[in-house]
Design a protein around this ligand. Structure first.
Ligand SMILES: NC(=O)c1ccc[n+]([C@@H]2O[C@H](COP(=O)([O-])OP(=O)(O)OC[C@H]3O[C@@H](n4cnc5c(N)ncnc54)[C@H](OP(=O)(O)O)[C@@H]3O)[C@@H](O)[C@H]2O)c1
Length: 270
């Protein structure tokens, strides 16, 4: 089974499950399908639901890798500890495996990182992450940090690969994670993705997730409403795309994006 080994030695499974807007039944199904990496955030308001799903699964907390994120309004040295403690309480745990700053905020990134480094050194966080940090946001952290980020999370999918950011993080041995790896469904009608699904006897979702893995990017597709799709997503690590097909996806026409740039007003996508 493929795993990602972080720059501090922590191992993550090839594919995680996103829980944005996911309710208890979807998270319970994801665990039943075999998912061991759960991505949440304080902002999603469902950390307590993750705790509930883990508790009723009968599996131990240590069998899961739980990622959560610090929201914008909780940044700054005086706010981080209380926000982090709320996350621990909601998740009913005494540590978080991967903890991200959710969005960069000019002027607050470095002082926030300092507090996260402290929590890391106390063993309360096993790996630190940057979410939605473009390379120029990450540079400030890289220049001043005592503990390097291990993971970066960005929107990444076929037709929107943010190649400059991908190269930046991979050159620094930071694992890139793909949010919206299925482009919230937009990939399902793309002609290249459909052609490759036929060629590899796979679904469009599997081709998209296999493409992330081929780029050494860890996808976190959202917990689907069906068990079959969840299983199908986890199975996509068994698909090996040819180098030529990877290049075709890398060079396909843009497929649009979620509309969120850290330094701009949100673009409304119809
Ligand atoms: N860091 C950030 O700022 C940020 C931002 C956005 C998202 N995220 C994280 O990334 C995760 C994933 O991104 P996302 O939720 O935006 O979108 P996504 O994973 O690209 O797409 C989610 C949609 O795909 C469908 N789906 C899943 N598997 C499928 C399959 N095999 N076949 C067909 N449809 C399938 C699901 O619908 P059905 O239920 O109908 O299957 C769901 O509505 C989030 O849940 C969240 O954890 C992070």
């Amino acid at each position: 089974m493929k795993t990602f080994t972080l720059n501090n030695g922590l191992k993550l499974p090839a594919i995680g499950i996103g829980t944005y807007k996911a309710e208890l039944d979807a998270i319970t199904r994801a665990i039943a399908a075999g998912c061991k990496y759960l991505d949440t955030a304080a902002k999603y308001g469902n950390e307590n639901v993750i705790a509930q799903a883990i508790s009723s699964s009968g599996l131990k907390r240590e069998e899961f890798i739980i990622a959560s994120k610090l929201w914008k309004s909780d940044m700054g040295k005086d706010n981080v500890n209380s926000a982090f403690n709320r996350t621990l309480e909601n998740l009913r745990t005494d540590y978080v495996d991967v903890y991200f700053i959710h969005w960069p905020q000019t002027g607050l990134n470095v002082e926030t990182w300092r507090v996260l480094e402290e929590l890391y050194s106390q063993g309360k966080i096993r790996a630190l992450g940057l979410s939605n940090f473009l390379p120029y946001h990450a540079e400030e952290i890289m220049r001043t940090c005592k503990v390097q980020p291990s993971v970066a999370q960005l929107e990444f999918h076929a037709g929107h690969t943010q190649a400059f950011a991908l190269r930046y993080y991979q050159e620094r041995n930071i694992v890139l994670q793909a949010w919206s790896p299925l482009a919230r469904g937009r990939i399902f009608n793309d002609e290249l993705i459909l052609e490759l699904s036929q060629k590899y006897h796979a679904t469009p979702a599997q081709i998209s997730l296999a493409f992330c893995l081929a780029e050494n990017v860890m996808p976190i597709p959202r917990a689907s409403s069906t068990l079959e799709r969840l299983r199908e997503n986890l199975m996509s690590e068994n698909i090996t795309l040819s180098p030529e097909d990877i290049m075709r996806i890398e060079n396909m026409p843009p497929l649009g994006w979620g509309g969120e740039h850290p330094d701009r007003e949100r673009v409304k996508i119809s």
